[in-house]
Design a protein around this ligand. Structure first.
Ligand code: GDD
Ligand code: MG
Length: 367
């Protein structure tokens, strides 16, 4: 599936995707399904990242798994359907980001100066990976980090650079950011540099490896590109990412025809129901008369009763929403039930199979 126009440099590169995290901020949905495998714009989130790598011309991808490792191989197999060769490595104990990267080294097939692209498994990015690879080669960097500017860098890795892009410090989750530039979660290691990460113990690439390389005087390069960028770690960001893919705000090879909503062919949507703003209605869903679904992700077999409103929310498989209930920025676990005339908002999360009786909660922040 590699794009014929892809840079030959990409064909030499290999990729590792870090998919071992627990996805705790997306519980209860991540209790059964690891975060990268949650349905997003109609396919597992990870499929968007994998197809993007394939489109760039990368052929070999190693998934560094830990939490719920089996789910990945069951779904992707050898990767052939996506035009990739996918390998899986599982950590029995989570080794952290750096430990996870080091742990896959013996699956890489390239020589010592092969570029190895590492992706965080929860980031949507529209940046030009080929341009990042070119910069990595041009400056002969040990590591080249994709950097983006964000309003509040405190939840990320803050990365100041010189005018030529040379990284001067790596400050993970600092309360006192010195620049708006952050690590966007896509970095290229030279393979021999990756192999200097210690084995057999947890290592944070952000807190140990990057600061260590800088202290040793290695060339760590920043590639700044303010393209579309989103970390989908929170429910609110997850629904936004899905809606952006559905509407084509960020193009994905997995979304053939961007539009206002993605509705499974066998879903039943009442004629006067409103479904839009990038919503996804999964297979077997039923949306009743007068219901409103806006900017939300409904997994399979979700049932929304008459007059209910679902906005910016994620509804797990088999979840049910009663008549006139209103959900905004909420997460419903699989098979959970919200009875009639309830109001959930502001990050409310209902556990799998939980039942909220009729007229139990009315919560509108600021009302
Ligand atoms: N294999 C493996 N093993 N993967 C892991 C482990 C582990 O022990 N721990 C975390 N990961 C994976 C997660 O699944 C995720 O894909 C990635 O590593 C990053 O972990 P997060 O928990 O999402 O980190 P973060 O979002 O707080 O911060 C990271 O990403 C930011 C950009 O979104 C850092 O890299 C920041 O520097 C960066 O700015
Ligand atoms: Mg993250």
């Amino acid at each position: 599936m590699a794009d014929p126009a892809a840079d030959p440099l990409a064909a030499q590169a290999e990729a590792v995707i870090l998919v071992g995290g627990q996805g705790s901020r997306l519980r209860p949905l991540t209790l059964t399904t690891p975060k990268p495998m949650l349905p997003c714009a109609g396919v597992p989130f990870l499929t968007h990242q994998l197809l993007r790598l394939a489109e760039t011309g990368i052929e070999h991808v190693v998934l560094a798994t830990s939490y719920r490792a089996e789910v990945f191989a069951e779904h992707y197999g050898d990767g052939g359907e996506l035009g990739l060769a996918i390998d899986y490595v599982t950590e029995t104990e989570p080794l952290g980001t750096g430990g996870g990267i080091r742990n896959v080294a013996d699956r890489l097939t390239g020589g010592p100066d092969t570029p190895v692209v590492i992706l965080n498994g929860d980031v949507l990015s529209g940046h030009d990976l080929t341009a990042q690879l070119r910069m990595h080669r041009e400056v002969d960097a040990a590591v080249t980090l994709h950097l983006v500017g964000v309003e509040d860098p405190r939840a990320f890795g803050c990365v100041p650079t010189e005018a030529d892009g040379r990284v001067t410090a790596f400050l993970e989750k600092t309360p006192e950011p010195v620049t708006d530039q952050i690590n966007a979660g896509c970095y290229i290691f030279r393979r021999d540099v990756l192999e200097t990460i210690p084995t057999g113990r947890p290592v944070s690439v952000e807190r140990e490896t990057f600061p260590g390389l800088l202290a040793a005087g290695s060339r760590v390069q920043g590639y700044r590109e303010d393209a579309y960028w989103l970390d989908v770690g929170t429910p609110a960001a997850f629904v936004r990412g899905s809606a952006d893919l559905v509407r084509g705000v960020l193009r994905s090879p997995a979304v053939a025809a961007p539009g206002p909503a993605l509705i499974a062919p066998d879903a039943l949507v009442a004629e006067d129901a409103q479904v839009g703003d990038g919503s996804v209605i999964g297979p077997g869903c039923v949306i009743s008369a007068g219901a409103v679904i806006s900017g939300s992700v409904l997994f399979e077999n979700v049932w929304v009763a008459a007059g209910a409103e679902v906005r910016s929310s994620v509804l797990g498989a088999g979840a049910r929403v009663g008549e006139r209930s209103a959900l905004t920025d909420a997460v419903l676990g699989d098979q959970s039930l919200v009875g009639n005339d309830n109001e959930l908002a502001a990050g409310a999360r209902l556990w799998a199979s939980a039942v909220l009786p009729d007229a139990t909660i009315r919560f509108s922040p600021g009302a």
